[in-house]
Design a binder for this molecule. Sequence first.
Ligand SMILES: [Zn+2]
Length: 556
Amino acid sequence: MIILKHALANAHRYSKADFKAVAAKVFAEDPESRKNAKKIIPEIKNVVADVNKMTKEEITAKLEEIAPELLHRKKKDENKELPPLEGAENGKVRLRLPPEPNGYLHIGHALSFWLNYLYAKRYEGKLIMKLEDTNPTGEKKEYYDAILRDTKWIGIKWNELFILSEKMNEIEKAAEDLINFEKAYVCKCPEEKVRDRRMKLEADPCRTHNKQENRRLWREMFAGNKYTLRWKGDPAAKNSVMRDPTLYRVINKEHPHTKINHIAYPTYDLASAFTDGLLGITHVLRSEEFLMRAELHKAIIESLGMTAPNYVHFGRFDMEGSPTSKRFIKELIINGEVEGWDDPRLATIMALKRKGIVPKTFEDLAKTTGTRGGRRMISNKLLHGFNKKNIDPIAKRIFVITEPVELELKGEEMIVEMRSHPIQELGTREVSLGKRVFIEKDDYKESLLRLKGAYNIEIKGKTAHYAGSELIRPIVQWLSDPIDGILWRPGTVMKTKVSVDNKKPEPITEQDKDIGKNQVLVERGSFKEGEIVQMERIGFARIDSVKPLRLIYISN
Ligand SMILES: [Zn+2]
């Protein structure tokens, strides 16, 4: 039956069953059968031959009957391909990563950046790191550095670096062109008035300014007059973005990057759209929150005689249990609920790195989530599912005891040499077994157990007696000569459902907030900061600091 089901499944998937593939599956499921290979191999050959005589329908029907789980099995994630980009030509695709340096990158950026990077590679195109820094009020030097650092860290390589604030003359010139083309006008009205008219779908009286007047008022803006330059859209447009949006406004502040005080600064809409056109971006891949703006951005670019990119909008990414909004994160920091932007309970890239998420995991997640629409919650299960596959092969095994019970050991003192990884070649380690031994409180009872890598003991009271060496269970981790460490199991800061848009997510109850930092005993060894280890029988952890030794729990 094992042979038949694998032969059917293989035939179902690849239209013909392959003897080698089927044999591999059979031996994997039943390793004992290898011993009878001489007898089983001809059997497999016969079954494969029979199955290959069956029709597609017969194969499906039979498989449905004997092993439906193989019929409905999903293809592996690695095989998943992103959908093609409309109008993409090999070698000509130009994509961009457009962060604003007014905060740290989070998981949403990481996935969106990875999607762009995957497409750039797929079409042998160019990827541009485009820092959209034309609002000098929130931008800071530390964010510029962090954005570049974190983007590199998640594994992304860009081809060009483009900083908008260095192109202010070009952006100003584009605004002047729009005035000359009568696509923009200077509005002298106060903000409330503008908002009010927008709501009532009323036309602004400033729309009647002629070119000369607009040019004069435009110059006055740069003398500090608090006017705005507005797109001449449609005051009654269904898409509210098109109701004469602002393109330029007076901020009168020195720019943190260029150190130039420009007085008037372009809005995101003008600066981002114009420079997308200037850079010849072919595809803008971004989340659905920008959906309404595409019409405006396209109109701006085309009015300036350039070709607008294709806009692809995908669902926004949220992280289970953690806000991604800068405002909410700042609030948590100010209120002292988290320790900083890299607190492992947060969803910033810095925080996820500290929590032991590795770069490959972001790539895997991006491939899985793809460019589908609709808001997506990245669950911890999904995140850690991918991450575990990536860290398991590199994580050295160590002994850690979270709640120690100390026993006197009546047995041989020895240096136990153990593999650092059961399968991978990560070398060996030496753990010394002495006159005393610590075991986990949960393992402590008056019975027999095996000290992993050493021998069996029988526990009587607080004494452990040598009890032979034949393999018995349970097999437990132990330490005789440990070092002290702190194990931090970061909780979450928010209830599972992060609420939509501008509503503040509800904090979770006090006791769920953080499982806390506990004193633990750790195997003596040489650790490196950032190293990922597996604490045997407990789970994976990242070495957060060496002195003092602090581990951050990742997952089990
Ligand atoms: Zn006006």
